[in-house]
Design a protein around this ligand. Structure first.
Ligand code: UDX
Length: 438
């Protein structure tokens, strides 16, 4: 099948690469010519495990191409997948300007009877709106399909190739069957719905998962207060198939390019339709507080943070990505900066992106050793494997005071107790103090 993909962000690029890998002829379009040039050379603009290998392989095989020309990309495509960003507006709604521009670009070049697929996350009703825009700009017949994505950063290729489900929303049976055909080589469950249900499935899924995280974080806070252990509690809850084990990891709140934005957008949609979705407001409020957790704990333990050296381990919103969007590290760094602490951060890949947001409000170390040297406290912000494998005895030896605030529960109790001196503050579990009077 000849497929054009508009937008080479996370979603567009992962989708384009995976569809070329299963034998389709894919052309990815982006207005950024530097990005397109690099992609042609097999260089990915994002850090995503496995992506570059597939990119190089399929570009060399000739079934994956890149262009900045909408005409070249769209004029021969049977299927045009729109995967441009829908960032958050100040009022919480989704900004649809890129999408509307994409709709105009598509209408200028589409070939008759092609299928326009919207993969970008868009509020309910947007597919119909885009359809009306394309109809206003061209007389050529076309069909619309809503096909939201559920890929996670850091496992985008796996999530695309081995998706839990693919949602195909259309009022046109023939178009839906053609898109089903396009995905058939992936051999994953496919669910056909109408357009508005497909749009809603995406938001409802992300809002549910975000709410699950806020729920477990509140349970973790309660566990600390009553002396329970969140790991055992989450494990015990997750064994119930109705609850499920995934997304019950307590920590310092969710971040990233999807959850914060999508929860707010769904809340906005609810408001527009007169529905008071107060649960979502709480999900957001709990998350905002949870992102401050390490800072609050450090204030109460260290009393005064002024001139204290805090080593922040991890900056990206989660491991295996360099993405800093809505990362808890941003709020933590701002709070520490306001408190006049000296922050030295280390992240295996997110340093450059972090610098764009945090500038010189913090220092950037090039190794864990450099960050922790003589630190008054360590904050573990992102659960990179590199941090989970740290020898805590070595770490604490190099610190001024062996105090660790672990926002991601990276260490087993026996590893902590093996240290001769440590104060370890996890999330949702009792603190562990070894060899010190507090
Ligand atoms: C998410 C959705 O999972 C994906 O389906 C959608 O398409 C895009 O948004 P992503 O943002 O890449 O994917 O990351 P995800 O792995 O879902 O994690 C989101 C945030 O939740 C991270 O900050 C992570 O640290 C946090 N999280 C996740 C928890 O705090 N606890 C958990 O148990 C799981």
């Amino acid at each position: 099948m000849k497929i054009a993909v508009l937008g080479t962000g996370y979603v567009g690029l992962s989708t384009g690469v995976c569809l070329s890998e299963v034998g389709h002829h894919v052309i990815c379009i982006d207005i950024d010519d530097q990005k397109i040039n690099r992609l042609r050379q097999g260089i990915s603009p994002i850090y995503e495990p496995g992506l570059e290998d597939l990119l190089t392989k399929n570009t060399a095989a000739g079934n994956l191409q890149f262009t900045t020309s909408h005409q070249e990309g769209i004029e021969n495509a049977e299927v045009i997948i729109i995967a441009v960003g829908t960032p958050q507006r100040n009022d919480g709604a989704a900004d649809l300007s890129y999408l509307l521009q994409a709709a105009k670009d598509v209408s200028a070049h589409l070939k008759p009877d092609s299928i326009v697929v919207i993969k970008s996350t868009v509020p309910v009703g947007t597919n119909d709106y885009v359809k009306s825009i394309i109809t206003n700009h061209t007389k050529k017949p076309f069909k619309m399909v809503s096909n939201p994505e559920f890929l996670r950063q850091g496992s985008a290729i796996k999530d695309t190739m081995k998706a839990d489900r693919i949602i195909i929303g259309s009022e046109d049976k023939e178009a839906a069957l053609k898109i089903q055909e396009m995905y058939r080589p992936l051999n994953v469950p496919i669910l056909m719905t109408n357009v508005r249900s497909a749009e809603m499935i995406k938001y409802a899924s992300n809002a549910f998962l975000a709410t699950k995280i806020s729920f477990i974080n509140e349970i973790a806070n309660l566990c600390e207060a009553v002396g329970a252990n969140i790991i055992d509690v989450a494990n015990g809850m997750g064994k119930d198939k109705r609850i499920g084990e995934a997304f019950l990891q307590a920590g310092i709140g969710y971040g990233g390019s999807c959850f914060p934005k999508d929860v707010k957008a769904l809340l906005h949609t609810a408001g527009l339709h007169g529905v008071d979705f107060s649960l979502l407001r709480e999900t957001i409020a709990i998350n905002d507080e949870q992102q401050k957790l390490l800072f609050t704990k450090a204030c109460s333990r260290l009393k005064q943070l002024k001139d204290k050296k805090i080593a922040m381990l991890g900056l990206s919103f989660k491991p295996e990505t360099d993405d800093m969007r809505e990362a808890p590290s941003i709020k933590i760094a701002h709070l520490l900066h306001e408190a006049e602490a000296k922050v030295v951060a280390y992240d295996p890949v997110a340093k450059d992106n972090a610098k764009k947001i945090l500038g010189d409000t913090i220092e950037y170390a090039s190794s864990v050793d450099q960050a922790i040297e003589n630190a008054d406290a360590v904050f573990i912000v992102t659960e990179w494997n590199e941090f989970k494998q740290l020898d805590l005895t070595e770490v604490t030896k190099h610190m001024k005071q062996p105090i660790i605030f672990d926002g991601r529960n990276c260490f087993e109790e026996n590893k902590i107790r093996a240290c001769s001196k440590i104060e370890y503050y996890p999330v949702g579990k009792p603190a562990i103090v070894v060899g010190l009077d507090t």
